[in-house]
Write a protein of this length. Structure first.
Length: 172
C-alpha cells in the first residue's frame, strides 16, 4: 500500500515538473528576441528626427544654408553610427544612408521643427520569411497631430551573438 501511494505521489511530482517545463518552453518560444530588437531599431529610427536635424545643421559646411539640403554625409553617418551602429549591420547602415531615411523622416516634420514621435508601432512577422517583420506606425508631432503614416519591413540577422537589422525599407 505504501508503495502504491509513493508511486502516485512520484507520478504526480513528475507530471507537475513536466507541466512547469512545458510552460517555460512555451514562454521561451513566444519571446522573440529578434522581434524585440527590430522594434527597438524601428522606434529609434522613427524618433530621431530632431536629433538628425541638429546633427545635419552642425555638420553643414561653414557659410551654407542650415537644413537638409546641404548635408555633410560623413557627419550624419557618424551620428547614425553612434545612435544605431550596435543595432544594425554595417551594410544596413550604409543602405539607410544611401536611401536618406533619416533625412526623409526629418522632412516629414516640415518647417515647424517638431520632434516626430512614433505611435501605435506594430510589428508582424512576415509569413514565409525568417526574421523579417512588417511594421507600421503613425508619426506624431509634439502637438500630437499626425504628421504621417509610415510602414515598411525590417529583416534581422544574428551577428556576433546579437540581433541586428540587416535591411530596412520605409514607405512614407
Amino acid at each position: 500500500m505504501k508503495s502504491e501511494s509513493f508511486r502516485k505521489q512520484a507520478l504526480s511530482l513528475v507530471l507537475f515538473f513536466a507541466a512547469i517545463a512545458a510552460v517555460f518552453a512555451l514562454t521561451r518560444l513566444r519571446s522573440d528576441p529578434a522581434k524585440k530588437q527590430a522594434e527597438f531599431v524601428v522606434q529609434q529610427l522613427l524618433s530621431c528626427s530632431s536629433a538628425v536635424e541638429q546633427a545635419v545643421d552642425a555638420a553643414a559646411p561653414a557659410g551654407s544654408e542650415p537644413g537638409l539640403a546641404a548635408v555633410d554625409t560623413d557627419g550624419l553617418y557618424a551620428f547614425l553610427q553612434a545612435q544605431l551602429g550596435d543595432a544594425m549591420t554595417a551594410d544596413c547602415l550604409d543602405k539607410v544612408m544611401a536611401n536618406r531615411l533619416p533625412t526623409r523622416i526629418t522632412a516629414l516634420a516640415g518647417q515647424s521643427g517638431d520632434k516626430l514621435v512614433p505611435a501605435d508601432l506594430t510589428l508582424k512577422k512576415r509569413a514565409g520569411a525568417e526574421n523579417c517583420y512588417d511594421f507600421s506606425a503613425a508619426l506624431l508631432t509634439s502637438t500630437d497631430s499626425t504628421a504621417a503614416q509610415v510602414s515598411g519591413t525590417i529583416t534581422m540577422v544574428k551577428e556576433d551573438g546579437r540581433w541586428k537589422a540587416s535591411a530596412i525599407t520605409l514607405n512614407l
